[in-house]
Write a new protein. Structure first.
Length: 437
């Protein structure tokens, strides 16, 4: 199936584009703060209204003047590129201020693209909009809608007009097979990997920590599966988070983690492997949230012999985690092993959905317990039955004599048996216990 029609929200900085996106979107939220330039990466969501479907895209501030710094320039180029691909363009202006010369320039550019255009006069709840809002008609477009994105005024009218402008047939979006997120500290190469997997610059990449500010998601087709890949802001230590914007960035990353099925934890080879924050991210996702985990060591081409020895040393120190997950050394810069990432993701997902046959777990556990009984305060712990109750994450129920005595050490005994027999690298295993009746 083809992708749904594209509706792009554009306009100069700080006119309320992200607030409008959040008002229309039901699942994806763009960062909104009251100063210019907060939105950098484009945000997307699928919107349904009156039995029609379209893809809504929020862009950074659009401008026809080349920016001086690399980040702002890439934001500008992305916005212009989205306009060329859109079926409908929502040109947002600040009705409380009236038209600016920049609004006129953007309108002229969009008119030359021969797009269906709707002028969206935002902040129409303010008194000054009555004075300045009518200026919008001077832009020469027939369809002008007055809204308040913050308070929801005029939103239904806007959606009705959007639907009227959509192409005759709006196609259904392909269902996502599973969700993968890129996680790691700032500047480890998450956005570069995202772009390498998608084969185009979806995420803004620059050698500056904090370039990605929002969790952004794209779909890639690998064989017959549609994989949603989410690039997230780099997560810093909490004590280093100093601004409201950074707090929102971290929240965005953690929400993406909870919604994911597989985590790709990126490490920087030039920093020598694991540090405390990386461990916390890995353990939180794998052990607490039961998300499948793959570790990617990026910038391997830049790693010195000293870096590599330090990585080996750190990995030996944290062998209890490393032994459970696959580790792949890559370089987004020169493409080293990038072609192995998607096949590895697919293999981990297949293992996450492993299905044991009836009685198979009993046949594994019971003979081993007969050889090496588990004890608690002089009492023998007994297992009567073991069976799988779900996949993704793999969850096993143990019917036992004293559920309260089966702690991490005892459950680890069963997990080790499974991993020695079935391997399942990168796949978390969850146990529940109940008293045998």
């Amino acid at each position: 199936m083809n992708n749904p029609p594209i509706v792009a929200i554009v306009g100069r900085m700080n006119v309320g584009k992200s607030t409008l996106f959040n008002r229309l979107s039901t699942s994806v939220k763009s960062l909104t703060l009251d100063y210019a330039g907060v939105t950098r990466d484009i945000m997307r969501d699928i919107i349904q209204w009156n039995e029609r479907t379209f893809e809504l895209i929020d862009t950074g501030g659009i401008s026809l003047k080349k920016a001086k710094d690399i980040i702002t320039e890439k934001v500008r180029q992305q916005a212009l590129d989205i306009v060329t691909k859109a079926d409908v363009v929502l040109l947002v202006i600040d009705g409380s201020l009236g038209l600016t010369a920049e609004d006129d320039e953007v309108a002229t550019y969009i008119r030359k693209q021969n797009k269906q255009v709707i002028i969206v006069v935002n902040k129409s709840d303010k008194k000054s909009t009555n004075e300045h809002g009518q200026d919008a008609y001077r832009l020469g477009f027939k369809n002008v809608v007055f809204i308040s994105a913050e308070h929801g005024k005029g939103i239904n009218d806007l959606l009705d007009i959007i639907i009227d402008f959509l192409p005759a047939k709006a196609n259904k979006q392909e269902d996502t097979s599973y969700r993968v997120m890129l996680l790691g500290r700032p500047n480890v190469g998450k956005s570069s990997l995202m772009n390498a997997l998608l084969n185009y610059e979806r995420s803004i990449v620059a050698d500056i920590p904090g370039t990605t500010r929002e969790a952004i998601t794209e779909s890639v087709k690998f064989y017959k599966e549609h994989i949603a890949i989410t690039d997230t802001p780099g997560i810093r230590r909490r004590k280093t988070i100093k601004t409201e914007l950074e707090n929102m960035m971290v929240h965005s990353a953690f929400e993406a983690l909870k919604d994911s099925d597989i985590i790709l934890l990126l490490l920087d080879a030039t920093e020598g492997g694991f540090v405390d924050q990386d461990l916390k991210l890995a353990f939180y996702g794998f052990s607490d949230q039961y998300k499948s985990l793959i570790i990617l060591i990026n910038k391997w081409d830049l790693a010195t012999e000293e870096h590599r020895k330090e990585i080996d040393s750190n990995f030996e120190l944290y062998h209890h985690l490393i032994k459970k997950v696959p580790v792949l050394k890559i370089s987004c810069k020169d493409g080293k092993n990038i072609g192995q990432v998607l096949p590895l993701i697919q293999k981990v997902w297949q293992d996450t959905n492993y299905q044991w046959e009836h009685g198979e777990l009993n046949a594994l556990f019971l003979p081993q317990l007969a050889k090496r009984p588990l004890m608690h305060s002089g009492y023998q712990l007994k297992l009567y039955k073991a069976y799988q109750i779900r996949k993704a994450p793999l969850t096993i129920c143990l019917e036992v004599n004293h559920p309260e005595w089966f702690g991490p050490s005892e459950l680890g005994f069963f997990e080790n048996l499974i991993r020695r027999t079935y391997k399942l690298p990168g796949v978390p295993i969850k146990f529940t216990t109940k008293k045998s009746e």
